[in-house]
Ligand binder design. Structure first.
Ligand code: 13P
Length: 347
């Protein structure tokens, strides 16, 4: 393991003004996104969509530090025969790879899941490194049960432990292969739970995660944490203001994440585009923490571009303009410099 090289990559992934584009939807997930715009998901249409994003010059050069790819895309060529990986690297952007194999029900823990993909991971990482990936992603999913459910409520301590243990094993294997692990324990934001409950579950999850990382010899200088923000469930009647989200998220991170971690790149998890930008911006305006705080958004970077594209080549420019705008706004938010005025004037 070359920890200096890992640290260098991790630091570059959280360069101020930049963040990560999560374009690693599995074939099933991208199919659902394409369904929403009545577009068939094929090998070529997925390539066209992603190539369009990766060719958005200003966004890629100025506001994207890394792109998380799905296995198919890492091996794919652009329409003109250039390797997609080379296209990404041409903007000085780092290619990354999703290596988990999705979730499955966790035996013995009804209502909870475990992420799969550890078997054979060492060999897959060696191949991904050769294909150009310098960081990876593994997503663990923690779901909060309905507030009225007392018996069998989730998550359980066992469920959290199983998931953070898997994250630790994944992260250690990545570092052995000189690949920076993005460590993603996502507390889902669907459901009826309060922000207090999300705060409590996020704190327990992150505490368990950093214990596992320590016990499994993971060097914190060479990881990126990808957490959820502390929010209330989407269906909860009481929705917090952005100050409360920002303050609680900073508090939970300060309570659990060692200062050796170079950066924290949030997932958007179903927040509206602008909401994800505002919340990140608010945290950076408050400041006073040891890590860089930035974005690793999937939906919050792609949704407006997807709506503009509608699967049609003639909408290419409009889709690129929409992606460029969101990337720019999030770039500002990563420095606490976003404003309502910038949002409107750049649109
Ligand atoms: P969202 O920002 O859409 O949550 O996606 C980020 C991601 O990579 C989830 O694993």
């Amino acid at each position: 393991m070359d920890i200096e090289a890992l640290h260098k990559v991790a630091v570059k992934m959280v360069t101020p003004g930049k963040g990560i584009l999560a374009a690693d939807e599995s074939t099933g997930t991208i199919g659902k996104r394409f369904d929403s715009i009545n577009t068939e998901s094929t090998f070529d249409s997925r390539r066209d969509w992603r190539e369009m994003l990766f060719c958005t010059e200003a966004a890629m050069k100025e506001h994207i530090s890394g792109v998380i790819l799905y296995d198919e895309t890492l091996r794919q060529d652009a329409a003109d025969g250039t390797k997609i990986v080379d296209l990404i690297k041409s903007h000085d952007v780092i290619p990354g790879i999703k290596v988990d194999m999705g979730t499955t029900p966790l035996a013995g823990r009804p209502g909870e899941t475990i992420t799969q993909g550890l078997d054979g991971l060492r060999e897959r990482l060696a191949e991904y490194y050769k294909l150009g990936a310098r960081f990876a992603k593994w997503r663990a999913v923690i779901e909060i049960s309905h507030p009225d459910q007392y018996v069998g409520s989730t998550p359980t301590r066992g469920g959290i432990k199983a998931n953070t243990h898997a994250l630790g094993r994944y992260a250690a294997l990545c570092q052995e292969a000189n690949i920076v692990p993005i460590v993603e324990p996502e507390v889902l934001m669907g459901g009826y739970h309060s922000i207090e409950r999300c705060h409590e579950v996020t704190e327990k999850t992150l505490n368990s995660l950093f214990t596992e990382l320590y016990e499994q010899g993971v060097k914190l200088e060479g990881i990126i944490l990808k957490p959820n923000m502390v929010v209330s469930g989407k269906k909860c009647a009481q929705q917090p203001c952005r100050e409360e989200i920002a303050e609680r998220t900073i508090k939970v991170l300060k309570d659990t994440v060692p200062a050796a971690v170079p950066g924290i790149a949030f997932l958007s998890g179903g927040q509206e585009n602008e909401e994800a930008t505002r919340n990140l911006d608010m945290m950076n305006k408050i400041g006073g923490f040891p890590w860089k705080l930035t974005y690793s958004y999937g939906r919050a970077l792609q949704q407006s571009a997807l709506n503009a594209w509608q699967g049609k080549a003639e909408n290419y420019d409009a889709a690129q303009a929409a992606f460029d705008h969101r990337a720019k706004m999030n770039g500002l938010a990563s420095m606490g410099e976003w404003s309502e005025k910038a949002e409107r004037e750049d649109a």
